[in-house]
Design a protein around this ligand. Sequence first.
Ligand SMILES: [Zn+2]
Ligand SMILES: [Zn+2]
Length: 366
Amino acid sequence: MKAAVMREPNKPLSIEEVTIDKPGPREVLVRLKAVGVCHSDVHFWDANFPVETPVILGHESAGVVEAVGSMVSAVKPGDHVISILSPFCGTCEYCLSGHMSVCHTINREQFQRQMTEAPRLSINGEKVGQFLNLSSFAEQILVHENTLCAIDKDMPLDRACLIGCGVITGVGSVFHAAKVEPGSTVAVVGCGGVGLSAINGAAIAGASRIIAVDLSDEKLQMAVRFGATDVVNPSKVNAVEAVKELTKGGVHYAFECVGLKQTAEQAYHMMRPRGLATLIGMITPGVNIEIPGIEMLVTEKRLQGAIMGSNQFRIDFPRLVELYRQGKLHLDDMISDRIGLDGITGALQNLKDNKGTVARQVVVFD
Ligand SMILES: [Zn+2]
Ligand SMILES: [Zn+2]
């Protein structure tokens, strides 16, 4: 099968013929139909986060099951599926209490093949790294069954793939992590794919004011289409003061979707007492956030992280498909471009350059 292989950071990905193994007992072979290019891919492509090469990036995918291992029970050949980078073991404390999104942080190995086994991906016998247990910039993926969720076959897969990372990260943070209440006020800092999804989620949750904050006026215009009631551009005004003024003292919920120290601290300061700030953006390892301790104490403000929208994806994905069908989840507007495998390098560069119009560029396979 063909895949876009990363051999060196910041260099064009090369389209190569890659050997993909047959499914082991709990593995599933999926023919991909679509994969979104996510900002997290950029973080590894430009070496901001370490990754061993050669590797195939990509992790926001949807496709059709081709073959399953002898013990697979969750999906069967012909099923349409969405993948996720946070598989669950189903037996640990976190999984059993419904917090599957933090399962993999303690138990990652079991979703991969062992060193002694044949690699899932190789080129002429040389092992190719599987990124986040997925490696979706490829025609096929071979994954653990707990990486997949089956969905209705009438859901278009080029839109379904977005649910697997950007959408669940934004919407899930609103529903699961923050539990935004109807009538409450929300600020979302950063309006890329994840931020737009958080705005969309806040609108579905019934927030009365949803304030979008971004340096790009184009992204702010998009944010309005996703449900933002107000927009703030920090290149023109003091974002913290503007949000406080719009909400008479600060929002109930803030979401940081950029991954920077400055914006994380801004998200915190935009809140009223008892407010809850959720960090969603990928903060570079080594970067610390500074919050005035006594202010946090006396205002009872809260700060939390949420990985992959604190998802319960086998429950969430079919629900999000239904919300799309009802016109509440705006996946159509999320796609700015449809490209082929050979267009991924350009798409990564666009994201890195922070082009204002780029929400999601989606690779579609024939
Ligand atoms: Zn992603
Ligand atoms: Zn677990």
